[in-house]
Design a protein around this ligand. Structure first.
Ligand SMILES: C[S@@+](CC[C@H](N)C(=O)[O-])C[C@H]1O[C@@H](n2cnc3c(N)ncnc32)[C@H](O)[C@@H]1O
Length: 273
């Protein structure tokens, strides 16, 4: 997305955008100068943000692979998709089963445009516009219902998105609405930013996001734990990103030779029978 190129209609290139900032941390090219400037401000207070973004993606990959291997789930709804990057959900899922269904959901027009361009010829995959704050609208979307069979278990991904919901958005109720529509055996894959360990830096980083497209609500471990109400957390429970069933990627969860601090909690829950 070179800055000299015309900005597509409906795209705001003058306000830092959360999805494009995340794309910048991950080394992507789909961002504008305003996104890079804001992301650099975050990197000043949290220089490990790039590694955290990579660890967040690695957690998501391990969680999907685990759910597919251990539960047989073949339907995924990824809410808060983000800009396409290496190791997208459909690539992870289809590597194991090309017949599995994936629905991408985001409320950002930039994300939707990119995802649709990439996915236009990918079978069993669709992208819809939806806002996590209106979960019933997402579940009732006809394109989603064409792909997802709600009589069978589904995995819902809420990876690095719930911190964009304020307490007034009632994230617990949002998850309850989703949960109540799912068949037994369905799973929730979740990660969420916290200020538990790096409180000052987290507040500074969150201040940058207050001037961006979506502000961040930092939550403590117990508050994130409560988001799993009605789900049984599978081992190892709610942990930092690189502690969730680590593999070779987790060995690189360091910044300047030290273990990454706790910036995120993550976990996978199974709906209680
Ligand atoms: C940090 S990115 C995470 C991308 C991906 N899930 C990951 O973890 O790699 C957050 C994404 O959530 C989206 N988002 C933020 N608030 C949302 C909402 N209320 N409804 C749907 N998507 C939202 C943003 O547009 C962005 O694409």
């Amino acid at each position: 997305m070179p800055d000299e190129a015309p900005v597509p209609p409906g795209i705001d290139a003058s306000t830092p955008n959360a999805a494009r900032m995340y794309n910048y941390y991950l080394g992507g090219k789909d961002n504008f100068a305003v996104d890079r400037a804001a992301a650099e401000q975050v990197l000043k207070v949290a220089p490990e943000a790039r590694e955290l973004a990579r660890q967040n993606r690695a957690f998501m990959r391990r969680a999907i692979q685990h759910v597919m291997a251990e539960t047989g789930i073949r339907q995924f709804i990824d809410i808060g998709t983000g800009l396409p990057t290496e190791g997208n959900v459909h690539e992870i899922v289809h590597a194991r089963d090309p017949d599995a269904a994936i629905v991408y959901v985001d409320n950002d027009p930039v994300v939707l445009a990119h995802a649709r361009a990439i996915l236009s010829r990918t079978p069993r995959t669709t992208t819809i516009r939806g806002d996590l704050r209106r979960p019933i609208d997402i579940l009732n979307n006809p394109e989603l219902r064409d792909l997802i069979d709600f009589s069978q278990p589904v995995a819902i991904l809420l990876v690095a998105v719930l911190h964009f919901l304020t307490d007034d958005d009632k994230p617990g109720e949002v998850i309850a609405r989703l949960r109540d529509s799912l068949a037994p055996g369905s799973h929730l894959i979740l990660s969420h930013v916290t200020a538990d360990e790096r409180a000052y830096a987290a507040q500074q980083g969150a201040a940058v996001y207050r001037k961006a497209s979506a502000s961040i609500t930092l939550r403590h471990r117990q508050q994130i734990m409560e988001l799993f109400d009605g789900f049984e957390l599978i081992p190892p429970g709610l942990v930092k990103l690189h502690d969730w069933r680590p593999d070779e990627d987790s060995a690189f969860a360091t910044y300047r030779g030290r273990e990454l601090p706790t910036w995120f909690y993550c976990g996978v829950g199974r709906i209680r029978d």
